[in-house]
Design a protein around this ligand. Sequence first.
Ligand code: UDP
Ligand code: MG
Length: 311
Amino acid sequence: MKLISVIVPCYNEEEVFETSYKRLTEVLTSLYRYDYELIFVNDGSKDKTIELLKNAVLNDPKVKAINFSRNFGHQIAITAGLDNCKGDAAIVIDADLQDPPKAIIEMVEKWEQGFDVVYGKRRERAGESTFKLVTAKWFYRFINRLSDVDIPLDTGDFRLMDRKALDQFLSMRELYRFVRGMVAWVGFNQTFVEYDRDVRFAGTTKYPLKKMLNLASDAILSFSNVPLKIASFLGFITSAFAFIGILYALYMRLFTHNYEPGWTMLMLAVLMIGGIILIVLGIIGGYIGRIYGEIKKRPLYIINDKLGFDK
Ligand code: UDP
Ligand code: MG
């Protein structure tokens, strides 16, 4: 029997855990021609998630748990689950039931048709703020223009990966991980199933603006060098302006009598060029920070304990 691994990252999900676990189990047992394992990655939760998890591991031979030593973030939690799964296919799904477990059935069908990656594509996104919808939409269009990989629009991390694609993905050990971009980069035969994204079943989002911005900058800086070229681009433009300015100044000085001492122009030029230089320095700093992070070669995550893996 083929084994399907389902990975669920959890960060302070005590309110949704039981329901999520129940719904997932229903769907997975209905796929009776497959064996399955359900791996919960506890990403340093500070609430009762751990106790609930331990309980589930004790009572259900299908359930396994990975306990991080602290919060390492969603993308790393996904990676740890995938690292530790044995399935012929692995599925990543959020704990909050925003991704409907039922879509797994369709994903498995596509997998059987020979696709190596089946991602979930959001048709509707109920209950998400206009701000999130608009920023997400523009962000994906932006990153696809900047980078060589084509990240499918309106997808998250809800997806199935065949072992072949999974092993390639896992061989990429970069620290700043934008998982959906990395999976797109891996290639193979990819397709999607559509689903309506629900509102979060309970609890609050674990992605505050700061984490979202971090993910966005990871995505851009890991998948594109275009921002680095902005420096030269702006340099050329300002030089062109400066050149025109010089010609103008010379003309006024040599052929007319109404030239002015004009410190306004001077101020503006200094401020503008100073601003541009600082922006560009910041961009370069973003890349250097990441080089620094990568070069330390620290492990991606630290596991406190693993439960249920010897069953
Ligand atoms: N999550 C995690 N670590 C974090 C933040 C989130 O493991 O630091 C998990 C969270 O428990 C959930 C999934 O990542 O299963 C998606 O988070 P959330 O639903 O809060 O994000 P949103 O849907 O609001 O973007
Ligand atoms: Mg969510």
